[in-house]
Design a protein around this ligand. Structure first.
Ligand code: AMP
Length: 383
């Protein structure tokens, strides 16, 4: 029985444990807040501290990219960390991410690094408005971002960003990336996996919808092969360059037939949760297979599937699971506005059937908590 230690004890570690148990993998998690090792699905009992967790593990991985650098260094010294600390850090610093994209010739939005007022002015003349400014560190779900649409806002935006940079208490120096606003048609992501020997498998591209900057719905259905091929090449290039091991997610903007990389997540990802019901092998199991050096499982789409995030709600009507091929996944978290509490996977034999089931689901769910779900379902129905 291989023993895996996951850095971070949230829902991603929990779902890794649920997926890894049938393979006889022993999954524990290091809770960075309490400093204790726990079982992700029963976190009240502690199994020692980080040093004991590292000593007891065969393999160490991470469920989030903002792990303290000294923790990553300690894990890396043990020789058990997959992916490497370099890969994990890239997901937590947009400057490193951009440098990786450039070194792999991966298409992305035109950008400029900003630390000073001079850089800010240079970014405006290089990129031209509208521009989106993003904090290099600790930015997620749309936080730490400013949009500049007209020059009248420039002074205010700069003042807010300068204040943000100076108030930042990050270990590494905070900074800003200015990015040209991309007039994208839609946002998609590719979740894939790479094994130690370089074997790669990718899931079909997933279409993502956001509400208030947070992922609300992902849709996995048969995709256009040219786009899939393009995304697959980017995945291979980035993961080969990093000698990456495990699951990685790449978020893209689709502009016509072109994909521009927006972000990289060096871990299992929310836009891959549909794989639990819609793919041959789910992303959690494939991540574990990769880091434990087991053969990868098929990433084929078994049936069209949508994932709906449950955000800030701790109950939904029981009747929801009476709808065929609807699966409910709670994370056992206490309720907080804007918090990801669980998700619902819905599948259909065809996209039409999936749309009908989503429509049936939308009848039970509170419109305020799940805005635009009925509209999304209707948009999938082909008349
Ligand atoms: P991010 O935190 O980088 O994923 O950005 C949050 C959201 O802002 C994305 O999901 C997009 O909807 C939007 N966004 C980010 N960067 C750009 C860009 N360069 N052009 C247009 N929209 C963007």
């Amino acid at each position: 029985m291989k023993k895996v230690l996951v850095l971070g004890a949230g829902q991603l570690a929990r779902m890794m444990q649920l997926a890894g148990t049938p393979l006889n993998l022993d999954i524990k998690a290091f809770d960075v807040r309490s400093g204790k090792v726990v079982l992700p699905i029963a976190p009240h009992h502690a199994y020692g501290d980080l040093a004991e967790g590292i000593a007891n593990a065969d393999v160490i991985t991470a469920e989030f990219e903002h792990v303290a650098h000294d923790v990553l260094a300690e894990c890396e010294r043990s020789g058990k960390l997959y992916p490497t600390s370099e890969s994990i850090k890239i997901g937590g610093d947009r400057r490193l991410e951009k440098s990786l994209l450039e070194s792999c010739n991966a298409a992305n939005a035109k950008h400029h690094f900003v630390n000073t007022k001079e850089d800010f002015d240079a970014a405006i003349s290089k990129l031209s408005l509208p521009i989106i400014f993003k904090s290099a560190l600790e930015g997620y779900d749309g936080k730490g971002q400013w949009r500049l649409k007209s020059m009248e806002q420039a002074e205010q935006v700069w003042l807010e960003m300068a204040e943000f940079i100076s108030a930042s208490t990050t270990q590494v120096k905070q900074g800003i990336i200015a990015e040209r606003m991309v007039p994208f048609d839609r946002e998609v992501s590719l979740v894939g996996v790479r094994r130690v020997n370089g074997d790669v498998a990718v899931y079909p591209l997933t279409e993502n919808h956001h509400t208030n900057g947070i992922l609300s719905v992902s849709l996995a259905a048969p995709v256009h092969s040219t786009l899939q091929e393009q995304a697959g090449k980017v995945f291979k290039a980035l993961t080969d360059k990093l000698n990456y091991v495990g699951v990685m997610a790449i978020e893209f903007f689709q502009v016509g037939d072109e994909l521009l990389v927006n972000e990289i997540a060096p871990r299992v990802h929310n836009s891959g949760h549909w794989t639990q019901q819609g793919a041959d092998t789910c992303q959690f199991e494939n991540h574990l297979r990769a880091i434990c050096d087991l053969p990868l499982g098929s990433t084929a789409l078994v049936r069209p599937t949508a994932m709906i995030n449950i955000i800030g709600e701790d109950t939904i009507p029981d009747n929801v699971i009476a709808i065929p091929s609807v699966s409910l996944h709670w994370y056992n978290k206490s309720k907080r506005a804007g918090r990801k509490m669980g998700h619902i996977n819905v599948s259909g034999d065809t996209e039409q059937q999936l749309a009908e089931r989503l429509l049936a689901l939308s009848v039970y769910l509170d419109e305020k908590a799940f805005p635009d779900l009925a509209e999304f379902a209707l948009s999938l129905i082909h008349i």
